[in-house]
Design a binder for this molecule. Structure first.
Ligand code: GDP
Ligand code: GDP
Length: 511
């Protein structure tokens, strides 16, 4: 008889007090179609990723990164849609497999997803869902390959086998027993069964993960790192909120290349296939000590001729992303600009306008500058873009424009500098006393047509930031004219360095 281990009593760990970048990281891995994205979505509790029925083409090809909430547990979760054991077939799959290796270096834990349905339970599958063809259910040769791959490349990572789609089994104990036996042969210990779709078995997942995650925290997180307040809970405190950056633009302008240049690591697929990054992904990184969430919205403009399929889903999603972004980097193609008379295509104008109307910060990135031949062409592009932006968005002056070559890695730092600068302006809060001193000065500075034309603004205050929004309290029943508002906005932007971002002034009448 083995001696029984004494239960160690310890204080329960409050995972909500661990900073996001210190949380243990769990990688979801498995062959296509086992439900990785579905599980990722359930864990991050957001309908952000695409789950799409395309049996022959799995949609999620990128690695997404989110904070999982599972009961009281918090951990980073990575969805690697792409360990393709059959990577021979093409560039996309090959590159994805390479990336998964890169991601393995970050993860301490893995959930190895398989399909809960045992091969012999095929009759049940046909009954339950017409989507599934025989070759997609149960343990597949590809699962064995994934297992082999994990053992070879991820021996240091604690792996739990997860049998997904368990709700499809009618006789849970019987079929599950058979499937579990098969899953056990993968060599990663006892599997757990759950359903990412219905939530069945999430408690078991919690129980399976909790001891390992607690061990990790006890071993690797210093007490100094533990926060006083709930960092992974609140998302709305100005200063702490990570900058949410959306990189938008037409397919092939170089968004992914730029993103890679910024990250300087291989975390996003780059390639000549238009719309490769169909899914919107979230990557977090640090720039000058600041947390930045990158929301890649490739495919935003990919309004495909056949208005169905994953691309049109991307558009809907990306609108939501744009709303969530603090700063939008709109990428344009320098070569296209040099060829055409106008810098921006209609769709690009629409994005830029929408970003500003929604109160987002906008940074325009002109990419592929390396393709411009000759000084003349170079200069015409450098002059044309800011001018045209001013024309199409007259309400905001001085929107920053950065000229880069993502391919050569040139200008990526200026992009980030402008993004952060824009964000800081966007978050500015000006003290009321200072604003009112300014108001008196600015009102006397301006020469009004006649005394009666001067609006009697009693008081001026900033009511919110992100973007900066002000209220002018006006005496009597007078309405500020558009000219007055333009004058105030312009002065405010000049005197407080708020150029290039949308600034709002509202008026309220007081006796
Ligand atoms: P991935 O390729 O591994 O990321 O798989 P997806 O998350 O895209 O899921 C593939 C298919 O399986 C989709 O049609 C999902 O709706 C479906 N699916 C995912 N999880 C479950 C589940 O728990 N039960 C059932 N019945 N279907 C699921
Ligand atoms: P996305 O669809 O906007 O994400 O574009 P990609 O990043 O996939 O780039 C599309 C193509 O443009 C690829 O072939 C890139 O190599 C190329 N590309 C991207 N940036 C540059 C650049 O700065 N200069 C040149 N010459 N080519 C670039």
């Amino acid at each position: 008889d083995e001696p029984k281990a004494k239960p160690v009593s310890r204080k329960p760990i409050d995972f909500t007090k661990i900073p996001v970048d210190k949380l243990p990281t769990v990688l979801i891995i498995g062959r296509p179609n086992v439900g990785k994205s579905a599980l990722f979505n359930r864990l991050i509790r957001r309908r952000e990723a695409l789950v799409y029925n395309t049996p022959n083409d799995h949609v999620t090809r990128d690695i997404r990164d989110g904070v999982a909430k599972l009961g009281d547990l918090r951990f980073r979760v990575l969805d690697s849609a792409g360990l393709e054991a059959e990577a021979s077939s093409g560039s996309v799959l090959g590159r994805t497999a390479a990336m998964t290796g890169d991601v393995l270096a970050r993860a301490q834990f893995a959930l190895f997803l398989i399909d809960a349905r045992h091969r012999s339970s095929l009759g049940i599958d046909i009954l339950f869902s017409s989507f599934y063809v025989e070759s997609r259910d149960g343990l597949q040769p590809m699962d064995l390959d994934v297992g082999k791959w994990l053992r070879k490349h991820a021996s240091g990572i604690k792996t739990v086998v997860v049998m997904n789609k368990a709700e499809l089994l009618d006789d849970i104990t019987g079929s599950l027993g058979a499937a579990a036996g098969e899953a056990y042969t993968l060599g990663f210990g006892d599997p757990i069964a759950l359903s990412a779709e219905t939530g069945l078995g999430m408690t078991e997942l919690h129980e399976a993960l909790r001891p390992s995650l607690e061990d990790y925290v006890l071993q690797f997180i210093n007490d100094d790192d533990i926060l006083d307040n709930n960092s992974t809970e609140d998302e709305d405190i100005d200063s702490k909120l990570p900058l949410q950056l959306a990189i938008v633009g037409k397919p092939n302008v170089g968004k992914s290349t730029l993103l890679n240049a910024i990250l300087q690591e291989n975390r996003v697929l780059v390639g000549p296939e238009a719309g490769l990054t169909r899914d919107s992904i979230r990557v977090q990184f640090q720039y000058e000590g600041r947390n930045i969430y990158l929301v890649d919205t490739a495919g935003w403009l990919e309004r495909t001729k056949q208005d169905k399929g994953p691309s049109s889903l991307s558009i809907v999603q990306s609108r939501k992303h744009l709303m969530r972004a603090h700063v939008v980097a709109l990428v344009l193609d320098a070569e296209e600009i040099a060829k055409a008379k106008r810098s921006m295509k209609h769709a690009e104008v629409v994005i830029a306008r929408r970003a500003v109307e929604e109160g987002r910060g906008l940074v325009v990135v002109v990419n592929k500058m390396d393709l411009l031949k000759g000084k003349k062409m170079y200069e015409s592009v450098i002059n044309a873009v800011p001018e045209e932006i001013q024309t199409v968005i007259p309400q905001v002056t001085g929107i920053p424009v950065v000229f880069v070559s993502a391919l050569e890695g040139k200008g990526r730092l200026s992009v980030m500098r402008q993004v952060v600068d824009t964000y800081e302006k966007w978050c500015r809060r000006l003290p009321t006393a200072r604003l009112n001193r300014w108001l008196r000065k600015v009102m006397s500075r301006h020469s009004w047509k006649d005394q009666s034309a001067q609006p009697k603004i009693k008081y001026f205050t900033q009511v919110k930031a992100r973007p900066p929004t002000f209220v002018a309290f006006v005496s009597g029943k007078v309405q500020l004219s558009d000219t007055d508002l333009r004058f105030l906005t312009k002065s405010l932007k000049e005197d407080f360095d708020l150029g290039g971002i949308p600034v709002r002034i509202m008026q309220r009448n007081v006796p």
